[in-house]
Design a protein around this ligand. Structure first.
Ligand code: T3D
Length: 262
């Protein structure tokens, strides 16, 4: 049977590839569980120092597999709150709480929850041909997978509401111009660039990078006072790491640091 998420660990980079290309990598239960297992491994395995999430084929992810929601099959309406609790929300939480960088290489269309999972990642690169679509309003749903949270924070209410209500496709270049993603990249250089970025972060000071991620995420809700205290606490922790000692030593010795993620 074909694996719905391909998983490969190379020199600290755990590459997770959504792999239902004939359905534009839309989510069925199996793919949900496989992605979650990959992200859980990233949490648990010290050998994983960065994650690279992408999709196979011409799409990144088209959100929920609507074939699994076919009302023509009859029966009561599905409890979509329950499916968010059971599937999408744990995945979002695993991405946001992972104290390691998560890079997303959006190789093609990202729609519905597929777009919002990309926006939850730490650094998002997208092929110039990719589009982001808040497809939910086309089928009578609301944005989920953290979409209302990410869009309104990154773009403010006017753009967030317009994207969500119109489901107008947003090009990768505009998403980058608007600050919703890091970069739009020529299609043929997307994967080499994403791999190089992931490799460089995986060779970085993992503890410091993880703490940086937590700090920036907390800043959205903290007061300046609380954030200053948190920076102090995190800096104390980073300052005790072997990677900090190595970074300073390497600087003084005018050589490249060899971080071990400790
Ligand atoms: O249900 C819950 O648990 C609640 C959570 C919901 C989360 C959500 O994500 S809701 C939103 C679901 N997603 C969508 O509404 C997007 C549906 N897809 C599209 O609008 C379009 O496919 C795209 C704009 C993404 C891409 O368009 P295009 O023209 O490039 O491709 P296409 O021809 O529409 O799709 C190619 C194939 O993928 C096609 O299959 P076929 O005809 O070749 O056999 C299409 O049916 C299939 N596909 C695309 N998206 C989905 C899908 N099959 C099942 N579910 C999909 N979401």
């Amino acid at each position: 049977m074909t694996e719905t998420v391909l998983s490969a660990l190379t020199e600290g980079v755990l590459r997770l590839t959504l792999n239902r290309p004939e359905k534009l990598n839309s989510f069925n239960e199996e793919m949900h569980l496989a992605l979650r297992a990959g992200l859980q491994r990233a949490h648990d395995d010290l050998g994983v120092r960065a994650v690279l999430l992408t999709g196979s084929g011409r799409g990144f992810c088209a959100g929920q597999d609507l074939g699994d929601r076919d009302p023509r099959k009859g029966g009561p309406a599905p409890d979509l709150g329950q499916t968010l609790d059971a599937f999408y929300n744990p995945t979002l939480r695993l991405i946001r709480t992972l104290e390691k960088p998560v890079i997303c290489a959006v190789n093609g269309v990202a729609a519905g929850a597929g777009a919002n999972i990309a926006f939850a990642c730490d650094i998002v690169l997208a092929a110039k041909s990719a589009r982001f679509i808040q497809a939910f309003s086309k089928i009578g749903l609301v944005p989920d997978a953290g979409g209302t949270w990410s869009l309104s924070r990154a773009l403010g209410e006017p753009r967030a509401k317009a994207l969500a209500m119109t489901a107008e496709p947003l090009t990768a270049e505009k998403a980058a111009d608007w600050g919703l993603i890091w970069k739009a990249i020529d299609d043929e250089t997307l994967m080499p660039e994403a791999e190089a970025l992931a490799a460089s972060l995986a060779a970085g000071p993992t503890l410091g990078l993880g703490l940086t991620k937590c700090l920036i995420q907390q800043a959205a809700t903290n007061s300046l006072d609380a954030q200053l205290d948190l920076e102090r606490d995190c800096q104390r922790q980073a300052g005790r790491s072997a990677d900090y000692a190595e970074g300073v030593t390497a600087f003084l010795e005018k050589r490249k640091p060899e971080f071990r993620g400790q």
